[in-house]
Ligand binder design. Structure first.
Ligand code: PRP
Length: 184
């Protein structure tokens, strides 16, 4: 899938595929250094983080393990409420583990705030967060994020795992959506 497949639904490309892969390589080098003497467990949050995880884990030199969670936020519409339900839990026992949560985006921060508390309560040795995107202007709660790819404006973004009504996750870049798509 590329920009031509979106037609007029794409407002603009915010981060190109090259921007993303360059930044992920930098973040992977930092994680390689920080976890050099640790056995890191990457926890991807479905579905959005699937593309970040796939590229990030291939940029790492560490033999990281991977596991996945799917969570759903109770509440109306597309906004997080902070009350989270686990749809798919981890297969891995976190006791003594060094966990690095891999997220595509932090919007209000409510999902991640809940998730970090939940994972920390399972006896992990450490729980840190890597997020490709962060919207500082949309934050409702503070979340400590050790690795942030890009800070972006509070606009509707799609691509590279991010969806609008489950569409556009397969775009290799992050783009902003034309208002006529979500206002119609
Ligand atoms: C997105 C994203 C984060 C969350 C961020 O997931 O992947 O998990 O929203 O929002 P917040 O900071 O306001 O809590 P979403 O619930 O859209 O599910 P998806 O990953 O399946 O698209």
């Amino acid at each position: 899938m590329d920009a031509s497949d979106m037609g007029a639904d794409l407002k603009k490309v915010l981060l190109s595929a090259d921007d993303i892969s360059t930044r992920l390589a930098e973040m992977a080098a930092q994680v390689d250094e920080d976890y050099a003497d640790k056995d890191v467990l990457l926890v991807g949050v479905l579905k959005g983080a699937a593309l970040v995880m796939a590229d990030f884990v291939r940029a790492l030199h560490l033999p990281a393990q991977m596991d996945w969670m799917a969570v759903s936020s109770y509440g109306s519409g597309t906004k997080s409420s902070g009350v989270v339900r686990i749809i798919k839990d981890l297969d891995t026992d976190l006791t003594g583990r060094h966990v690095l949560v891999v997220e595509d985006i932090i919007d209000s921060g409510l999902t991640l705030s809940w998730l970090v508390a939940n994972l920390s309560s399972r006896g992990a040795a450490s729980v840190e967060v890597l997020a490709l995107l962060r919207k500082p202007d949309a934050a409702k709660v503070h979340v400590d994020v050790r690795y942030t790819g890009f800070e972006i404006p509070d606009e509707f973004v799609v691509g590279y795992g991010l969806d609008y009504a489950e569409h556009y996750r397969g775009l290799p870049f992050v783009g902003t959506l034309a208002p006529h798509v979500y206002e119609s």
